[in-house]
Write a protein that binds this ligand. Structure first.
Ligand code: ZN
Length: 136
């Protein structure tokens, strides 16, 4: 496990949230990307080591829409950068953590990702992410 790669925040209105977080971070969004498989439109902002991923649902029954319905807007996940996602997944599974996917999947911003169930982590959804340079 390396540094915190980003914090994911579930929002209802991406345009509004981009403006707000640009003000907080003092940096404009550098990328918008839709992840169709997750039903989500993401926007990334970065200033120095701080990176925020804003997530807006693209479908009414998507995971972000459901999250907001249950908990309201707010912090959705913490993402940790890892060097070797497959071995981290193996290690966490062996330690009894519940992984939400068995194989790494393609996430936004050029990453291989895997989620750890919040029930395994004191109510926090954890994302592992590895830079996606090639297929693994
Ligand atoms: Zn994320």
């Amino acid at each position: 496990m390396q540094k915190i790669e980003h914090i994911g925040i579930a929002v209802k209105d991406l345009d509004q949230a981009e403006k707000l977080y640009a003000g907080i971070l003092g940096a404009k969004p550098y990328k918008r990307e839709e992840v169709k498989s997750e039903g989500v439109l993401t926007s990334f902002l970065r200033n120095g080591p701080n990176k925020i991923e804003l997530l807006q649902s693209t479908k009414p029954d998507g995971p972000i829409a459901k999250f907001i319905e249950k908990k309201g807007e707010g912090m959705h996940h913490v993402a940790f950068a890892v060097q070797d996602i497959k071995s981290e997944m193996k290690r966490l599974a062996a330690e009894g953590f519940r992984l939400l996917n068995e194989e790494p999947k393609k996430g936004a911003d050029n990453k291989w990702i895997c989620f750890v169930h919040p029930k395994s982590a004191n109510g926090v959804l954890i994302e592992l992410c590895q830079e996606r340079k090639e297929d693994i």
